[in-house]
Design a protein around this ligand. Structure first.
Ligand SMILES: [Zn+2]
Ligand SMILES: [Zn+2]
Ligand SMILES: [Zn+2]
Length: 396
């Protein structure tokens, strides 16, 4: 996840581990802002930590909120607990990650509380000190004055040793003494005062400051953006469903999948990569998952085609939520990309996808068995199309 501009707002505590940055350098420069947000949202949906969070939020129902909790020695943290099969597990979420999901319109943010933080390091870990208004010393004692009514003596409460009046020596009896209120006494200069001043000392950076100098930080709470609930559900569910199918078919599945481009040497991210060995050869499935409010535009598909042009991919799969636009569809068709559109939640839909992938796997494994020379890799697959632009214009 990227977007570091939120980091200045954080509360500067060790719990907020930075997320590993995504790698789409260069490749998104030409996309316009809307496409970029869309692409980032698409990437967020495949980020394992985000998917985990969204799955939990969906499970817990619409009213579920992520609320800041104060942890001594750490500061405010955002835990989310989720009970599955009798066990309750709690994860810590970073504020940056949550703020990023707000920017991507996946989560909603609202006021929960605010607190004073160190003006120097934003820490909430601080101690409060009474200060003498005259000499500024912290050597201040808090006491209360007590009047012994029978003899009229007024003194600090702790001067009445063993509950006896220091003047007349009589014991204090209920109804015969009166508390006159709280007082502070400076042990340095002897000043007595009703209202002390306060100093704060940050225990993270040791800065000493007054309450007025402290900064105020808001701690928001977060919840699912219910307007996107359907889209979120589809996204979270679809990759899980495909993963289950591929697992059933004997593939090793990585979500997200990382691969190094053969020509560029660039690291490419896929929503999912799956591999399976058949007779000593590896069958590779590379899958990207694109999401849009209405229809997925061409750019994520072109990026996908570019990435797959750099690798040996046997079964290219592209998922578009809720659907792919018409011209992009033609490009996908021209590149023999298996296209999945819309929700994959229904059982029948998943069965169809499973059969289609199974069919392709069988085709490829037959070719592998027929080709006796293992040196030559499947002569008529994507490998031969050398140029990315050749692929784009549909040259075969
Ligand atoms: Zn003093
Ligand atoms: Zn007395
Ligand atoms: Zn500090």
């Amino acid at each position: 996840m990227k977007r570091s501009q939120e980091q200045k707002k954080d509360i500067g505590k060790p719990a907020e581990q930075p997320l590993n940055a995504s790698d789409n350098k260069g490749s998104v420069n030409s996309l316009d802002v809307e496409d970029k947000i869309e692409l980032e949202r698409r990437e967020a949906y495949i980020e394992p930590q985000t998917r985990d969070l969204l799955r939990k939020l969906l499970q817990e129902g619409d009213k579920k909120e992520i609320i800041p909790v104060y942890t001594p020695g750490v500061g405010f943290v955002y835990p989310i607990s989720c009970s599955s099969s009798g066990k309750t597990e709690t994860d810590q979420l970073s504020r940056d990650c949550l703020e990023n999901l707000v920017e991507l319109d996946i989560l909603h943010k609202s006021f929960y509380d605010s607190a004073s933080v160190c003006p120097n390091c934003n820490s909430t870990i601080m101690t409060l000190h009474n200060r003498c208004p005259k000499c500024k010393s912290h050597n201040v004692e808090k006491t209360s004055l007590t009047e012994h009514i029978p003899c009229g003596h007024i003194d600090q409460r702790d001067k009445y040793l063993d509950n006896r009046c220091p003047k007349c020596g009589e014991p204090l009896i209920e109804g015969q003494f009166k508390n006159m209120g709280r007082w502070y006494v400076c042990q340095e200069c002897g000043e007595k005062f009703e209202n002390p001043e306060f100093d704060l000392i940050c225990r993270n950076c040791n800065k000493n400051f007054t309450i007025k100098e402290a900064k105020i930080t808001e701690m928001p709470k977060f919840s699912l953006n219910l307007e996107r609930k359907k889209e979120i559900r589809q996204n979270v569910a679809s990759l899980e469903n495909i993963r289950d199918i591929l697992g059933d078919l004997g593939f090793r599945v990585e979500i997200p999948g990382l691969a190094i481009g053969q020509k560029s040497g660039m690291q490419h991210h896929f929503s999912l990569l799956a591999k399976k060995d058949v007779n000593g050869q590896e069958i590779v499935i590379a899958l990207d998952h694109a999401v849009s409010e209405f229809e997925v535009q061409t750019s994520p598909l072109i990026l996908y085609i570019y990435k797959t042009s750099e690798l040996k991919v046997d079964i290219p799969i592209f998922i578009a939520m809720p659907k792919l636009n018409e011209s992009a569809k033609k490009i996908a068709l021209g590149h023999e990309i298996m296209l999945i559109e819309g929700a994959t939640e229904e059982k029948g839909e998943m069965e169809k996808i499973k059969l289609e992938i199974e069919g392709k796997v069988n085709q490829i494994s037959q070719k592998i068995t027929i080709a006796d020379e293992p040196v030559i890799e499947e002569p008529e697959t994507k490998q031969e199309t050398k140029s990315f632009f050749g692929k784009l214009i549909g040259k075969k």
